[in-house]
Each structure stands twice: as structure tokens, then as C-alpha cells.
Design a protein around this ligand. Sequence first.
Ligand code: BGC
Length: 412
Amino acid sequence: MKSILTATAVSLFMLPAAGHAGGTVEVLHWWTSGGEAKAVGTLKEAFEKQGGTWEDSPIAGGGGDAAMTALRARVMAGNPPAAVQLKGPGIQEWADQGGLADVEDVAKAEKWDDVLPPSMAEIMKYQGKYVAAPVNVHRIDWMWVNPAVLAKVGAEVPKTWDEFNAVADKLKAAGITPLAHGGQPWQDATVFETIVLSEGADFYRKALIELDEEALTGETMVKVFDQLRKLRGYVDPGFSGRDWNLATAMVMNGEAGFQIMGDWAKGEFLAAGKEPGKDFICAPTPGNGFSFNTDSFAFFKVSGDDRIEGQKVLASLIMSPEFQETFNLAKGSIPARTDIKLDKFDSCALKSFEDMTAAVKNNTFVPSMAHEMAVPRTVRGEFLDVVTNFFNSDMSSADAAKAMGEAVKRAQ
Ligand code: BGC
């Protein structure tokens, strides 16, 4: 394995004379919860250790919608940050607008093509050149469970939605909130898409990637909304607007039995000193699929040798084996690089890796709609509106399914 210093030396060697070793980088991200801040702190620390200057631009708000609004304002003002946390089609959209700089010289020198899954490498490239560097693979379709809470009603971790509903009914009868949830559109959509996935990866793809009208509006989608309606009934009255990490805290301190959330929730449990398998359990939501998102940093065009150097040093650092290990141990995700040993990772990460490998083989590995990996921003926005309206009204499942079909037409 190449050390961070060697990797960086490669990129420094290719660079024009810089203001100071390591350069300067402004990083816009939305990692502000306990676990997230700890994880991004490892990147800042490593960058500064090499003599670089890190300018932190955190924008609070899980899921990144607030960060994307801030980014648009910065670009409009002609002053984009050098590195921006960005995902999936968003990378291509910004590149299409001419906003991104490539870091192809670093990627070539460090052979990124050899250590990334080809489908992921494609997402990071624009016209064949790397414009972004991936840090991880987050699994979305997880349930975070408090085993002590389940024990109170003599329940086991459910494997189907019917089992889930039965356990949740018992918890409710015992005066315990079954599902910790934060009522924000991206959180509603996170829960929604795990139900879509439980109907099979083919259905998920048809509905949330191919935008097939029959899949979006038909019987199966109606059934999906029926289960979402059930889940709505398991949420406490204070859910509206709650941040995702506060919902995680409810599971942690025994106020609720479950949270359905990506594995950044594990970062919260770990940051609070909790142990997987003992204090909390990670279990996939019902079904056989695996939905994922990949956080990456996209590089915006900046000027000045010092800033360009900072960008390249950061790109090299992000892809270094050491960083991919340290960061993901704190973040709850698994490394984007395929050559990192997982011996320091916990049972949830190992399960994620094992299930991901199986899902890739079985063709049940799907990108997350809620987390901006599946469809363009406009379509996602319309879908989130439908799901959130449904969650916060007494709209029927049939009307919601119809609205999903209309949402696509509106977005196009
Ligand atoms: C990101 C995660 C982040 C989560 C909550 C997701 O979209 O991929 O890195 O922790 O949002 O903020």
C-alpha cells in the first residue's frame, strides 16, 4: 500500500510551484452531526498534517439539500468552493455546466481505475476524466434497532413488513414509540425507497430509475404507500422537522425501537461509544436488495497555484488507503476503494460488504433515489414532494401512486 505521503508526493511532483506545501482548500460539506463531524475531522487533520490550509464550509442539514442550495448561490456569485460534497448525477450536472476541474493527472499517477469499481469510476468522470473522488459506500436500506427495547415486548428483529408491523403494534401498546423518524422530505424518501426496494430490485429500477409509468402508478406502488401509511402510524407526534441524528438518539436512549436510515446512523452510535450487536443492532430492511449512495468530493474550477495545489493534494488524500480506512471507520460506511482490508471494521460494515458483493452478483444492487444517486435533481424533488405530502396528510395510497406518475411529467 502506498503511504499518504508517497501518494501526495506523486501529485506534488506534477504541480506548478505553489504558495506553500499542501496548498489551500475550501471544502463545502454537510457533515455536522457528531459522527459526521468526527469523520470529516479525519480528512481535515490529514490535510493539515501535510502543511495545507483547510477552509471549512459546513452547511447543516442532513441529506445535503441545504448544502446544494448554498452551492448554487456560491457558483452564481462566481466564487465556488474548491471541493464540494456531491453525489451521482449531480457531478455530471455540474460538469455539464462547465463548473468542474479535472484531477486526471493525480488519478492517472495513482491508478484510480485499478482500485475503484468501474461503475463508480464512471460516475466520478466527465468525458473520460476524473472530476470527483469517492470516499465511501453507504448502505441505505438499514434498520437500527434497540435490542433492549424489543426485549421489553419479547420481540425479535423483524424480517418482513408484516413482522415489523406486528412488533411495532406491540411496542405501541406498551407505550413505546416504534419508529424514530425525522419529518424532513429526504428522510421520508429514505423510508419510502426501502419499501419500494422490498418489492424487488427490478420493481425499484423500473419505478425509481427508469421512471416507468406502470411501475410508478400501479398496484405495487399502491401497496408501497399502504406500508408507508402504516409506518406513519408508528411515529411519535414530535417527528416533524426533527433531524435524523436526533431520531438516532431516540433509538440509542431507548425511547424508540427502530430507525430506518443509512449507515451514517452507525456513525452516531459509535461516536456515542455504543457497540454493534450489544447496544444496537443493524439489520437490513425487508427484502433482498441493497441500496447505496457514494459520497464524493467534486472539484470546482478555482484559480491560483495555491488553490489548485490544495485541490490536487486533497484528491490524492481522499483516495489514499489510510484515509479510506480511517474515515469510514468513523462514518459508518465502507471504503470506495476495493483493495482496503476490512479487519478493523465492525460486524455491520462486514455485513454491508458481504451483502453488497452478493447484490452486485444477483443484480439487486441499486442506487438511492432519496440520496441523489438515481435520477436528476428535478425528478427527485418532485418525488420527495409527493412522498412528504402523503406522509403529512390523509392522501390515499391510490392518489399518491397517481401523483408519482404526474411528478415525472412535471419534472420533464
Ligand atoms: C450522505 C451522508 C450523510 C447523510 C446525512 C447522506 O446523503 O450521503 O454522508 O451522513 O446524508 O447527512
